[in-house]
Design a protein around this ligand. Structure first.
Ligand SMILES: Nc1ncnc2c1ncn2[C@@H]1O[C@H](COP(=O)(O)OP(=O)(O)OP(=O)(O)O)[C@@H](O)[C@H]1O
Length: 450
């Protein structure tokens, strides 16, 4: 009998036991910024993975999901706290744990079979056994016939199947998946997800626990027995939600929708502010992480809400599907609408406020003026840029000047993202101008006339 196909009764006993497999205790992680400041990414994470369960780690972009995953698997050393796997400290990658990446991470010059065998090669498995196990894994994952194909010959879905086969071939106890379906189209993702769940339920794969990192609420509810919601700045466990819906789960079921709605509410309800919030979470700081919302989409959202059919209020899951947005794209819009005083989010609904109404009904010029006054009232980074430009004799400043300042609080990559949002918003509102080629900001009135 194939080694990957475990004996049913043995697996059942193991899976029902619910014994702890992996445990993170009081885990924190900070990175150093280029200026030597501490960037606090994860705080006091206590998380246990038990035998027989699928856990989804759900959080917004930047909440620290990947950092946590990499800490659990031993790719990153926690700043404080510990991770243990079967009561042994995790201090580096160890057998028993395997990972599937969002971007497949295949070697283009190797065939499917060679890619799958690679993990076994590093474990010192003899060639004949490597080949046998790789062919089994390829078969289980539905890639029979493609053993000698190269990645470039495969579709995205098939490449990710290779990613799964490469992880399964090592017979892991725990499979970690970092947004494994997010680079695939909707239909392919759905198909792979349900095939993986079927393999898991029919116990055709060796794993005793699965951990999936995702920002997709429905994916978490479809797959998980337990959903762990991370908050951001720093990443903390905000909620742990058991999912007891029978499988296979139906997205249209009222209980499914209710749970999705409940999680939307958790993810859009601000946490109680701590006594000393980090700059990234403090709305009065220039380092407040502005949601990366595009003005076009924000305008569309407000205009949609103002329509007669919505009467200024809409359900977020409905909005995500009607605007064809993933939550990672929708949340920055609703956050921006809230931050700028255009709307309020409450119990999974978004409600248009009077300023949002006026904006939605205004013409282009009126919209720009409203946007400018909301920016001045609510976004310290934009007012800071303006006041620096005012104080300079030539009313110009290189963007580098602001980047260096922001890097006191965050990584250079995050500083660039934040500044670019502030520049987009400020330019649209005509509060300042920006010369992309020179990387220079200037006061709008100082721009040469076209
Ligand atoms: N090696 C590093 N050095 C400095 N900062 C880092 C490093 N790795 C991650 N970060 C920062 O930690 C924060 C969390 O990043 P992480 O990738 O873990 O979040 P995430 O929730 O997985 O986000 P996404 O869903 O966008 O991938 C971000 O601000 C990121 O810039």
């Amino acid at each position: 009998m194939k080694t990957l196909i475990k004996e049913l009764t043995k697996q059942n006993t193991a899976r029902n036991a619910g014994a702890p497999l992996l445990k993170a205790s009081n885990l924190t992680k900070s990175f150093k910024t280029p200026e030597g400041h501490d960037l606090h990414v994860l705080e006091n994470i206590n998380l246990t993975l038990h035998e027989g369960e699928i856990v989804a780690l759900l959080g917004r972009s930047g909440s620290g999901k990947s950092t946590l995953l990499r800490s659990l698997i031993g790719l990153i050393t926690p700043t404080t706290g510990s991770v243990t796997y079967r009561n042994r400290p995790v201090v580096g990658p160890m057998p028993g744990m395997a990972m599937v990446f969002q971007t497949f991470a295949l070697f283009p010059w190797l065939t499917v079979q060679q890619n799958v065998e690679l993990g076994l090669e590093t474990m010192g498995v003899p060639a004949a056994e490597r080949a046998r196990r790789a062919l089994e894994a390829i078969d289980i994952i539905g890639l029979d016939g493609f053993e000698s194909a190269y990645p470039k010959e495969l579709s995205g879905g098939m490449r990710q199947r290779v990613g799964f086969a490469r992880a399964l071939v090592t017979n892991p106890d725990i499979l970690f998946m970092d947004e494994p379906f997010s680079a695939l189209d909707v239909l392919t993702a759905e198909r792979l997800r349900s095939e993986l769940l079927e393999l898991w339920q029919k116990q055709r794969i060796s794993m005793r626990s699965l951990l999936i990192v995702t920002h997709n609420i429905e994916e978490a509810v479809i797959m998980a027995d337990r959903i762990v919601v991370l908050s951001a700045n720093p990443g903390r466990i905000r909620a742990e939600i058991p999912v007891t819906l029978p499988r296979p789960r139906n997205r249209e079921q009222p209980e499914f929708r209710e749970l999705v709605e409940h999680i939307y509410t958790i993810m859009t309800t601000p946490e109680k502010p701590t006594a000393t919030p980090l700059a990234g979470a403090d709305r009065t700081s220039i380092a407040y992480r502005l949601p990366g919302a595009s003005i076009e989409q924000l305008g569309s959202l407000l205009e949609l809400l103002a329509k007669e059919t919505h009467k200024g209020r809409a359900d977020l899951p409905y909005l995500a599907s009607s605007m064809q947005l993933e939550v990672d794209d929708l949340f920055p819009l609703t956050d921006a609408a809230e931050l700028l005083g255009f709307a309020r989010v409450e119990e999974g609904d978004i409600i248009l406020l009077p300023t949002g109404q006026t904006f939605a009904r205004g013409d282009t010029e009126e919209q720009k003026q409203i946007f400018a006054s909301q920016l001045i009232a609510h976004v310290p980074l934009v007012t800071h840029i303006q006041s620096v430009l005012h104080t300079r004799p030539d009313h110009r400043a290189p963007e580098e000047r602001f980047l260096r300042e922001l890097e006191d609080f965050m990584s250079s990559e995050d500083a660039e993202t934040l500044l670019s949002t502030a520049i987009d918003w400020g330019r649209y509102a005509e509060l300042f101008a920006y010369d992309y080629n020179a990387g220079v900001l200037s006061l709008e009135s100082e721009q040469p006339q076209a």
